[in-house]
Design a protein around this ligand. Sequence first.
Ligand code: ATP
Ligand code: MG
Length: 467
Amino acid sequence: MITKFIKRILRRDPMVKHTQANNTGAPKRIAKKAHHIDPHLLSKNAVKVTDTLQQAGYEAFIVGGAVRDLVLGIGPKDFDVATNATPEQVQRLFRKARLIGRRFQIVHVTFFGKGHPEIIEVSTFRALLDNAGDHVAESGRILRDNVWGSQGEDAARRDFTINAMYYDPSSETVLDYHGGMADMQKKTLRMIGDPAKRYREDPVRMLRAIRFAAKTGFTLEQATRAPIAKLSKLLQDVPSARLFDEILKLLMSGYSWAAIQGLRDAGLHHGLLPLLDHILDSGEDSKGANNFVKLALANTDQRIQSGKSVSAGFLFATLLWPDLYKNWKANLAKGMANIPALHDAMDETIETQSSGITIQRRFESDMREIWSMQPRFEKRVGRYPYRLIESPRFRAGYDFMLLRCATGEQNAALGQWWTDFIAAEPAGQDALMASAKTESGGIAGSPVKRRRRRKPKSDIPAEPEAS
Ligand code: ATP
Ligand code: MG
């Protein structure tokens, strides 16, 4: 009897190693009539995960951003589950479960349904690391994070109060440790604990603050906002790949323009992406760049908000374009031919960019393809348009060209021509080809190089060259 009891306790208490219990207090229990979460917004798979864990005797909750979004009445884009089962214990309960991460070990439980497979991220309650010296770098940055703890500790180590609520789908109760629900009502983004200390532990939290403020439209509470300006340089210590992921999330949040303004207001944009420096510079000089990027981001936000996909390669191609365009024009002014001038400018732009966060290779090749397609849109003779339309990234290159038309950098008639060309039947395409004037070559406004015509053998004068 007693061994059975001990076994049960051991199974239910997964604290492999744990720090001193912290004074995290009891949570507020919020019933349905106060949180109004619509169960239809829940992922069935996330509920399957919490049910399975609970039936096996563990505690399990939907947690973090999903609860925040549910309370806001928004369907979360992904679901995280927190439990007192260890990663190994979680893994044993699901057929398709993978242990991932070293610094922050979690389990990915995958479900295959009609559309894309859905991954539910399951993490074990983590301890506060106040006393775990060997896990923290001198600057205060957390290096490893696999010490299991109680739910209260897990809540205290999350970032914002609105991100630290736990929802139990079976009882439809929200557990709120840090006044997240009150902050939701006040539309306030508040860091849990001492904000400066929390930013030192993980400087990425400064970027998260800006992203969530843009996404929710909430205001950063004064004490949460105040230390950011002084601590912004800590972002330099964050590994480039992590910064890149965070910037990508920010740009893909559906509120990228607002988030970028937020970065500027908080003085956080310097050194992240050199291009952001001058995009956000309000000088007369960068007006054109500003317009292009603003339009591109507004376009991205609109696509994301209406549930469409956006490729990161496309997005970065737009952000770097003003710089590249400037370099291209400078090369032409030096007398370089159009295409080599473009390729040289591409190298130069990417080179400059790599002094900030590094854009991953896989996006770089997309970017180069989109850029190098641009002069090809101007060639509307012979087989060129048919060949261009067949290239795998044509759609992205075309969308990009339309953006250039919308800002007046490229001739709007060219954009319309391509729109008609894509939609036309073969006969219509031939007619459009015939209607197209000869190639204009080069970027809009640049001098056009023409092949010299051979002198006609007869006396019949040659047709005048189309202009
Ligand atoms: P979204 O998925 O909409 O971008 P989210 O809040 O779910 O937002 P995630 O990065 O998915 O963000 O993280 C899930 C949860 O994990 C957060 O809500 C927060 O509680 C916690 N968390 C994530 N990153 C950190 C961090 N750097 N510091 C503290 N807590 C974090
Ligand atoms: Mg999330």
